[in-house]
Design a protein around this ligand. Sequence first.
Ligand SMILES: [Zn+2]
Length: 316
Amino acid sequence: MANFKQRALFEIKRRKLTAERAADEISAKAEKDPAYSALNGECIALGFKIARLGAYNQDTSNLKAELEKKKAARDSRLAELGYKPDDLLPHYTCKLCGDTGSVNGEDCKCLKELIYSELREGARGVITDKDSFDDSMLEAIPADLRPAYAKAYAILAKYAADFPDNKISIIGLCGPVGCGKSFAAGVLANAVMRRGYSVLFINAVQLNNLFLRCHRAPINEKEEILSPLADADLVIVDDLGAEPYLNNVTSNYLYNLISSDPDARFVITTNLDFDDIRARYGDRVTSRLADKERSRFYLLKGKDLRVRSVSARVKY
Ligand SMILES: [Zn+2]
């Protein structure tokens, strides 16, 4: 996360400098005009005088009227030069923070937005732009199934809101093709990125290829190959089981991935049930995924959302 924030802050600083440089350039051009420069100097001197006299509670109304006249003369000279008074001020991209990235000590919306777009760049596999589990997601679901989907979405929304302080480190979304599990995982990914955390959204085929590359690589290159998995705050493995099974690779690497770091967070979508998972990946992977202290699997039943029920938990 730190890198993303640093990059975003760097970009905001660049915007600030660009805006200020543009304003400074126009000021400098205007100042080269002797008439403008003289009038502007008089305005500044008058302004100081008014402030000084005002501090001693003296009447400054005549001076203020004079200042207004001078300003009008200065601005009309500026107009003759082809500029507006507004051109001399920096035009910040973000009006809220003036391109500083913070408002009252809090990160500005523009900074959060930039971090989010940086994070989105790094998570290209996400199939949706939706970034929250709102009620509109339920519109595509038949009315009688909505309560069950609403419950599943609420669990995922809470997972995103709590991230990364979740007690559960692995969330599984099971169900057949078309039940909406990849979509739900995508919304979860965006919701987590909205909170400023990085997500690697990778399908199981790509993941398996990464494992294979690592397996074949010289020992000093292995860590680098797997670094995208280690660097992401959340890894989403989409469609586990769609990858070709490679002996000595698929199960071993998968087990290491989901077991080596207790703080690592995963979301797995799969068409497989736990019997399939055991048959395919063996006992070690299965017991890790079925460990109720650390994993929760949710079943989105049915095809193409014409589901009959969504049970909150799959019983294994
Ligand atoms: Zn801002």
